[in-house]
Ligand binder design. Sequence first.
Ligand code: ASP
Ligand code: MG
Length: 421
Amino acid sequence: MARIVMKFGGTSVADLERIRRVADLVASEAGDGNEVAVVVSAMSGETNRLVALVDALDSDKIAEQTNSLGGAIDDEYDAIVASGEQVTSGLLAIALRRRGVKARSWLGWQIPLRTDSAHSKARIESIDDDQLDPSMKAGNVAVVAGFQGMAKSGRISTLGRGGSDTSAVALAVALKADRCDIYTDVDGIYTTDPRIVPEARRLNRIAFEEMLELASLGAKVLQVRSVELAMNNNLPIRVLTSFVENGAANPGTLVCHEDENMEERVVSGVAYSRDEAQITILRLQDKPGMVAKVCKVMSDANIIVDMIVQSISRSDNAANLTFTVGKRDLDKAQAALEAAKTEIGFEGIKSDPNVTKVSIVGIGMRSHTGVAQTMFEALAERNINVEVIATSEIKISVLINAEYTELAVRALHSAFNLAVA
Ligand code: ASP
Ligand code: MG
């Protein structure tokens, strides 16, 4: 007998037919005598629909210029967007009972799953097992609404988009589960996006560190924080599909600590993100403290700066500083810089939302040489210009014109022979 946490994403519970299918999968694990907790997302599209309702109502105040009671609405945002998971947890509990499996739904506040007070992007602080544990030991499947918790105030909180992955991993840690299986609409982690490169290959295993980089760099299979949590607690996660016929093999990908085989691979995957925008500050004075000033303006505006490069002109003490911010933050970033123009001292700003960050990731990069050369040669052969570069021990990212995204991803996938195991 084992204790298992199973997590099902939005597409896996998209309609009643899919929920019945999930109930069959859960019933089969429970039928084998395992203690099972299931974490569910909202039906696919539901959270987007709820967010759109909030956004539409919230923009009223701007239109009417009535800001007297304005300000933060994140607590109510959470009350609204958490409702999608309440529905799917109840539906799955019913579907299980109809199959003769004892089950009940659990909302975040009922467990309770306690979070900090950062509404809309809360972090989990603790998960009580005082009620869950005896209930599961008595043979009840616990169907837990993902994505939600309870803030210190007692109010509903949510964990950020994609947060039910983190609910599942945190629950697996708290319940000392033997396994944490994350069911999704793809059958594992791929060397790159198969929609761009049809020869992309499913990896049997991938190291936590690599998964963390891939998730941060744009691969959307797992929420970044869930990988961090799994890595810190040394909890292997299996990513697999719920879209599989009875009896078909479904090995998925195991996200776990690195082993020697993994290190033989130089590069494990190619990721890309279209979420970034580029800003160049023209003719910034070339003297100590200038980059710090720019970074302070960004952090005061709550904007995260990612890639940074500075180019200095030799003739006169000026430099151009180029960096990237999230596309959503571009207007805000430009406004903040314009406002600080005289204080910082520069000539002008140029911006470009039409860029993509393409990255290669692999723990093998620590011990292999020539990786950067292979990457830049592959891009140069296709005439792809690199605007900004960022590296870490296990990744190299380049910023390129968005038009060349597919071309670059394909070029890198083949330059590193990723189609071949
Ligand atoms: N339903 C939430 C979202 O769409 C949480 C999740 O699916 O993980 O972001
Ligand atoms: Mg997800």
